[in-house]
Design a protein around this ligand. Structure first.
Ligand code: GDP
Length: 295
């Protein structure tokens, strides 16, 4: 995916070995590598782990810029590989209920549209539910996407009860043989208690219909938020439970380092990444490719 991040913003721009040059991998060089990793949003824990692995393998040896970059990419990939897990439709009985959560502006609505499009391409029947009844604009935006993709949307009035909409949506999905029901939810973290109660009620209603539902609780994170994205994982784990992540806005100037930090610190599955505003702009999470692009 071209244009993921500008070369100047990549980690390698901060690595201590000049282009075409080489350096001895001693403590001082390793310090600088670790600093570069932290500067690129990988977080202290992943940075320390990568430093230790580099030291184990190559301490005291001369290393070229290219070798260093490749070695760092390999260590990043090693952190990312265990969490790469596509969102698959496996629920029986259907529908698989996918709750999508995240703060407003993270790209939640767009990601729902992208997922719906992806599932449809795979011949799955998809239904959307407008569970963010707090913002009229959110309902309208989801309706626009639904029309564009050609999927049905279950919606209620602004200010309506999201749990009631979800109830109706599951019923419609069951009656019409839908494979995947994707539920939008409110993202107003400003009122954590209210959001928590709202999500808990949706969960209760779902659980009464099918104890396995929701099958997935996907947290959408904006990569341009850097370390703030990590704080959001903490909060949403607490208010909603999280089964997996999708990181958006990894195109343009976004720095992907926060993906590595998330993988290292939380170990949550990463399902996919958003690389643009169009419905086709959702990519499977390929750890080796992402590692090379970050490095
Ligand atoms: P929501 O408030 O969380 O539902 O966020 P939206 O889905 O409305 O997205 C907020 C803004 O981010 C919109 O302008 C989207 O077009 C944009 N957006 C969403 N995902 C991506 C992405 O992967 N890349 C880019 N560049 N923009 C995105």
């Amino acid at each position: 995916f071209g244009g993921f991040a500008k070369t100047s913003e990549r980690l390698s721009a901060n690595l201590p070995v000049a282009s075409g040059g080489s350096a001895k991998l001693d403590e001082a060089t390793l310090d600088e590598v670790e600093d570069a990793l932290i500067l690129s949003d990988l977080g202290p824990s992943a940075a320390a782990r990568i430093r230790a692995r580099l030291a184990d393998k190559r301490f005291g040896l001369e290393i070229t810029q290219r070798e260093l970059k490749e070695a760092v990419a390999e260590e990043i990939a090693a952190i990312l590989r265990p969490v790469a897990k596509p969102l698959e439709i496996t629920a029986f009985p259907r529908p698989q209920v996918i709750l999508v959560i995240g703060v407003n502006g993270s790209g939640k609505t767009t990601t729902i549209a992208k997922l719906a499009h992806l599932f449809q391409e795979d011949d799955y029947g998809v239904l959307l539910a407008a569970g963010d009844t707090f913002r009229a604009a959110a309902i309208g935006q989801l309706a626009t996407w639904a029309g564009r993709i050609g999927v049905d949307l279950v919606r209620g009035p602004e200010g309506g009860d999201p749990a009631a909409i979800v109830f109706d949506a599951v019923k419609q999905a069951t009656d019409t043989g839908i494979d995947a029901l994707i539920v939008d939810t409110a993202g107003r973290l400003q009122n954590k208690k209210e959001l928590m109660e709202e999500l808990a009620k949706i969960r209760r209603v779902l659980g009464r219909i099918n104890p396995e539902a929701p099958h997935d609780v996907v947290l959408v994170l904006d990569a341009t938020n850097g370390q703030n994205a990590l704080a959001q994982i903490d909060v949403f784990k607490e208010v909603a439970g999280v089964t997996g992540l999708i990181m958006t806005k990894l195109d343009g100037t976004a720095r992907g380092g926060v993906l590595v930090a998330a993988a290292e610190q939380y170990g949550l599955p990463i399902h996919a990444i958003g690389v643009g505003e169009k419905m086709e702009d959702l990519r499977p999470f390929d750890p080796d490719l992402v590692a090379r692009v970050i490095a």
